[in-house]
Design a binder for this molecule. Sequence first.
Ligand SMILES: Cc1cc2nc3c(=O)[nH]c(=O)nc-3n(C[C@H](O)[C@H](O)[C@H](O)COP(=O)(O)O)c2cc1C
Length: 421
Amino acid sequence: MKRVDDFRLTLGSRKLVPIVTGGMGVDISTAELALVSARLGGIGHISDAMVPTVSDRRFKTRFMSEKQKKYKYNVFNTDKSVVQFDLEQVAEATKLHVGKTMEAKRGDGLIFVNCMEKLTMGSPRDTLRVRLAAAMDAGIDGITLSAGLHLGSLALVADHPRFRDVKFGIIVSSLRALLLFLRKTARLERMPDYIIVEGPLAGGHLGFGMDWAQYDLKTIVGEIHRHMKQEGLDIPVIPAGGIFTGSDAVEYLEAGAAAVQVATRFTGTVECGLPDKVKQEYFKAAEQDIEVNLISPTGYPMRMLKRSPAIGSGIRPNCEAYGYLLDAHGKCAYIEAFNRALELHPDEKTLSVPDKTCLCTAMRNFDCWTCGHNVYRLKDTTHRLPDGSYQLLAAEHVFKDYLYSTDHRIALPPVQVASIG
Ligand SMILES: Cc1cc2nc3c(=O)[nH]c(=O)nc-3n(C[C@H](O)[C@H](O)[C@H](O)COP(=O)(O)O)c2cc1C
C-alpha cells in the first residue's frame, strides 16, 4: 500500500516531498509553520495578505499607526478614495516578512508566498507589482497567485531579474480559469511552474458561486489533466481542498497529481498563527457549525464557522488603518453595506451589518474563522484534555502523518503530560 512518501514532486531540477501547506492569510500560515514544511522537504506558504499590519505585529514596525495618523481626518468620511498605501512601506514590509522567513529556512524544501489579487489596496496594479517585486527581491522561492484570475499579474514583473528563476504558480478552480491564464502567460513565454487546483471544500475564499456543492475536486482535476495531456503540457498539478488524510493524498498522487496542498489540518498546530482560543473553536466545530456565505466584500463565497464574530458585526470601516480591499476608486462593498445600515439606524450605537463584513479588521483580529469543510474532523486528530480543551499539535506531527499514514488512519500525537510540582 502506497504512502505519500513514495512520491516526489519534481519542480525544475528539485525533487520535493509532495506536500504543500497552503497560504492562510492573515498570518495564519506563519513563517514558523511554513518553515516546518520546508525543513521536512516540502513546500510551505506564507501569505502577503495585509503585510504591513503583519510586519507591525511581528517586527514592531509602525506602518499601520503611521497610515492611520495620516488619514485620521477622513475617519468619518464615507468616501475613502483619498486613502492610499505608501508603496515604499509596502515594499519594506514585504521584504521584512519574506526576508526574515528566508533567512530562517533550513532543509531541502521551499518557501512560497501566497499573493491574492483581490487585495486591491486602493491601487491594484501598483500595489501588486510592489508586493511581487519585493518578495522576489527578498529571495522568495516561489509565488502562488490566488484569489483572482491574475491575467495581468506576471506582466507586472516580467522585467524583474528573477522573473525566470522564481517559481510561479496559480490557484484555479476550473479549466476555464486556467485557460484564460495560460493564454496570457504564453505571450510572455513564461508558463506557470505549477498549477494548484482548489476544489469546493477548501478554506478561505472559494472560486465557485453559491452552487459550490455541485462541483467536485476530482472531476476538475481530471478535466485539467486531460487538457494538459492533449496539449502536451507538462506542468505539475496540485489539488487542494478537503484532502484530510495521507490516503486522500495518495489517491490524487496515483491519479497523476504532482503534490497536494493542505491547510485545515494545520489550523490546530502550535505554529499556526490563530490565537489558541480560536484554535479550540476549530477543534470543537461540528459539521452543522460551518457555513459558506457571501459576507466577504470580495464577492467570493467564503467558508467559515457560524460562530465567527465577524458575522453581523457592524464596526465602522477601518480603511484609514487598513483599506486592503479598497478598489481603484476607493470603494469596498462593506463600506456600502455599513452606510446603508447607518442610514436605516442613524441613532443606533452598535450597528449590525448582516450582508457584508469588514474583512480587513476581522482577519486582522482573527474574528473571521474561515476553515475547510473538514474542520469538523479536526477533533479526531488529537486528544481531549481533562479540562475539555483539545491538545494542540506540532506541525511536524501533522506533516509526517500526511507523509506516512495509510488506510485513512490518523496518528494521534504523544499525550501531553502535565508538569508536576
Ligand atoms: C484558515 C484558512 C485561511 C486561508 N486563507 C487563504 C488565503 O489567504 N489565500 C488563499 O489563497 N487560500 C487560503 N486558504 C486556502 C488554503 O490555502 C488551501 O488551499 C485550502 O484550504 C486547502 O484545503 P484544506 O483546508 O481542506 O486542506 C485558507 C484556508 C484556511 C483553512
